[in-house]
Each structure stands twice: as C-alpha cells, then as structure tokens.
Design a protein around this ligand. Structure first.
Ligand code: DSN
Length: 416
C-alpha cells in the first residue's frame, strides 16, 4: 500500500495499527469477520469510479456494460446459493435493506410483528428510536421464559393484531428458526413473511441452518457477517415482489450503487459456493458449541440455553460483573466482544447485563476446538481478574502468542 503510505502517512499509521489490532487479538464480535484478499482487492478496484443508477441493462448512465456484467454475476450467484427468485444486491447495508423491504411491502400505518431488541431482535425491527417505528405500527414479541422463540405465542399475537408482515431473524438469538411454521402462521392470518438473516446468511449458504428464502416473501441480509463478504446488504424475494423491491431501493431510498462493493459481493458469493466454505460453516458451529460447553461449565449463564449457530449471549451478572465491565476487561486481555442486553434486561443499553460473542472471525483464521478451549479459559480468567491489570496484560500476551500461529493478511502493510 505504498501510495497511502507516501501520500498520507498519518492515515497509514492508523491503518497499520488497526491491521495489527486485528492480527494480535481475538475478534469475537459475532457480526464481524475477515474478508479474503480477493474481496479486499475488489473493494479498492476501479468500479468505485462508476455511477450506475438503475439496474443491469436499464441504467441512467452510459459506460455501464462491464458494471452490468459484474452486478449480474453477483445477482446470479446469490440466486443460486439461496434459491432466490429475485435478488437486489444494491442495498448499502442491513438497515437500509430492511427499510427498503418495508417500503416495498407495506403502506404507512401497517402493522408488523417483530421481535423485541432485548430478546435478540434488531433496532430496525421496530425499536421506538427508529424512523420506521414512526411510519409503521410495530408490535413486538418476545422469547418465552425458557428463552426460546415461542411460535404458539407468535400465532396468538398474529391472530390478535392481524399484521400485514411477520418478521423473524435476529441479531442476538442463538437458536434455529422454524421458518415453515412461521409461514403457516402467516398464511393463517393472511400476513406476508420477512426474514432478516444478516447474522446467519453464511451458515444458510452452506446448508448449515434452515433457509427461509424459498419459503418467505422477502429475506434481507448483510453480506459481511458469516457470509464473509464486503460490508453491504442484499434483498431476496419472490418474483411477485421484484418490481416493488427494486423501486424501493432505487430510486426510493438510494442513489448510485456502490459498484466496488457489488464487485466484492460477486467474489464473496463465488467463495461461498466452494466446498471449503461448507467446512468453514460447520467449524463455526462446532467452535461455538465448544464455547457453550466450556463457558457453561465455568458458571456462565447462557441465554436461550446455548447455541445452534455462531453466537452466544451470556448473562455475566452472576459473576458479579456488568456487560460493560466484562467488555472492558476482555478488551484489555486482547479479546473483543460486545456488551449486550439480555431479555427484559433490568440494566441500560450502555451497561447491560450481558455480552455477545461468536466464532465466525476466529474460525476464518483457522482456529478450531483446541483453541476454543483456551479462549474459554482466557475469557473466564479475564473476567475474574477484571481489576488486576497485570493479570489482564499477561492474558493479552498469551493471546498474542497464540494468534501468531494463525496469520492474517500476511503480506499486507500500510507503512512499508
Ligand atoms: N450491528 C450488527 C450486529 O452487531 O449484530 C447488527 O446491525
């Protein structure tokens, strides 16, 4: 990266520090991952220069012939991976994809059933702080006392509230979802169905979790979490919603699509079609299971009773620590997680009762069951030693030593 270095050493220095932070630590935020070098190259490719408002074959700008080929490749690959009738690869990220999906399917004032944030839902699923919650009537359901998605309760609420849309798919929920049953409930009350698979798209692509795409009206996702592509979004839907979805994304909400990101999406989708990606997804789940067992046996309280996917939501208060304190201690030990609300959390979002952690990024680095056992031990030690900076530094050194065995972007440097 000679050009960044020679023109802007200030930015280069920070990029190098960030690169080393990613290399030396354990990245356990479940929505993060490390893209391939091919995806990184695509993000810095010449397609960033091109305006291409419209869609392949129907653009408002000249010179789009090669952009069309790339965007169509991304669309066709996503269709094949997920069994989608129609795909729009232009959403800039998950939140805009969800807003476009609402705009495509709903009239203002329509009722949507979506899951409460603290029970694993997402802000864009109707949280009162969002603009969507002011436009549509979101009614929010919760997990049951055992911490599971309660489809009997969802059915009762659907019968009571007669929603136009039922929304499932979550950001902090660690269990499988029975999409067929959700569709049956929706059919019974005449609702449409939407799934937000942002977190689990990679696991679905690999056939490691249930796939709502062939069943539901509309499915939104990000492309940068378990799917391991560039930071971006995507909408998949039935053909009957195709026009409305495309209109909602452009010109409804967005202008020129970020074609460098779409180039990177095309490449990431090709990667997701390789046999190695299936192995990767299996290992993500196997690694999460090891953490479930190891952290559970060390007295951590796992929400939803454990995990079927890539993440764990943990109530850390039985360890006499808050989510914020646990996150800070783990940061000092070189382990990055995020503090998170637990269902009906009595505490506040900036200092909640829980932490959320996951295995996609560590699995990309090649870590397996043996490493997960070490990671669980470090997490436990760091939280117990939260007031002992010497012990936290000692753990950080052990973490750094281990990460050296799992190189990341080996030839990349922003300062040479
Ligand atoms: N911020 C994402 C996550 O961490 O799950 C969701 O938007």
């Amino acid at each position: 990266m000679k050009n960044i270095h020679s023109f802007d050493p200030e930015v280069a220095a920070s990029l190098e520090l960030e690169l080393n932070r990613q290399r030396d630590g354990l990245e356990m935020i479940p929505s993060e991952n490390f893209v391939s070098e091919a995806v990184l190259e695509a993000l810095g490719s010449v397609t960033t220069n091109k305006y291409a408002e419209g869609y392949p074959g129907k653009r408002y700008y000249g010179g789009c012939e090669y952009i069309d080929t790339i965007e169509q490749l991304a669309i066709d690959r996503a269709k094949k991976i997920f069994g989608a009738e129609h795909v729009n690869v232009q959403p800039l990220s998950g939140a805009p994809a969800n807003i476009a999906a609402y705009e495509a399917l709903l009239d203002h004032g329509d009722t949507v059933l979506g899951m409460d944030l603290s029970h694993g839902g997402h802000l864009t699923h109707g949280h009162p702080v969002t603009q969507s919650s002011k436009i549509y009537n979101f009614v929010r359901y919760k997990t049951n006392a055992e911490g599971k998605l309660d489809l009997d309760n969802l059915r009762e609420m659907a019968i009571e509230h007669k929603p136009k849309l039922i929304l499932v798919g979550y950001s902090a929920y660690s269990r499988e979802i029975d999409f067929e049953r959700v569709q049956e409930i929706a059919d019974e009350v005449g609702a449409m169905t939407m799934a937000d698979i942002a977190h689990i798209a990679g696991l679905i692509a690999a056939g490691e979790m249930n796939n709502p795409v062939p069943i539901f009206d509309i499915v939104t996702t990000t492309t940068h979490k378990t799917l391991r592509g560039p930071r971006g979004g995507m909408i998949m839907c039935k053909k009957k919603h195709a026009k409305a979805v495309d209109k909602a994304v452009f010109p409804g909400l967005q202008g020129g699509p970020h074609e460098n990101v779409i180039t990177a999406k095309a490449i990431a989708f090709k990667e997701a079609m390789q046999p190695e990606f299936k192995e990767y997804a299996k290992q993500i789940k196997a690694n999460a299971k090891v953490l479930e067992v190891e952290l559970g046996s060390r007295g951590f309280k796992l929400m939803f009773g454990g995990t079927d996917n890539h993440l764990l939501l943990i109530d850390v208060t039985p360890k006499d620590v808050t989510g914020h304190e646990a996150e800070t201690a783990l940061d000092k030990a070189g382990i990055t997680v995020n503090k998170n609300m637990i269902p009906d959390d009595p505490r506040k979002p900036l200092d909640p009762s829980g932490i959320r952690l996951g295995t996609p990024a560590l699995t990309t680095r090649g870590m397996k069951e043996d490493e997960m056992r070490k990671v669980a031990d470090w997490i436990d030690r760091a939280i117990s030693a939260r007031n002992d900076d010497d012990e936290l530094s000692k753990i950080k050194a052990e973490v750094e030593e281990m990460t050296k065995n799992f190189p990341l972007y080996e030839k990349l440097s922003y300062t040479e």
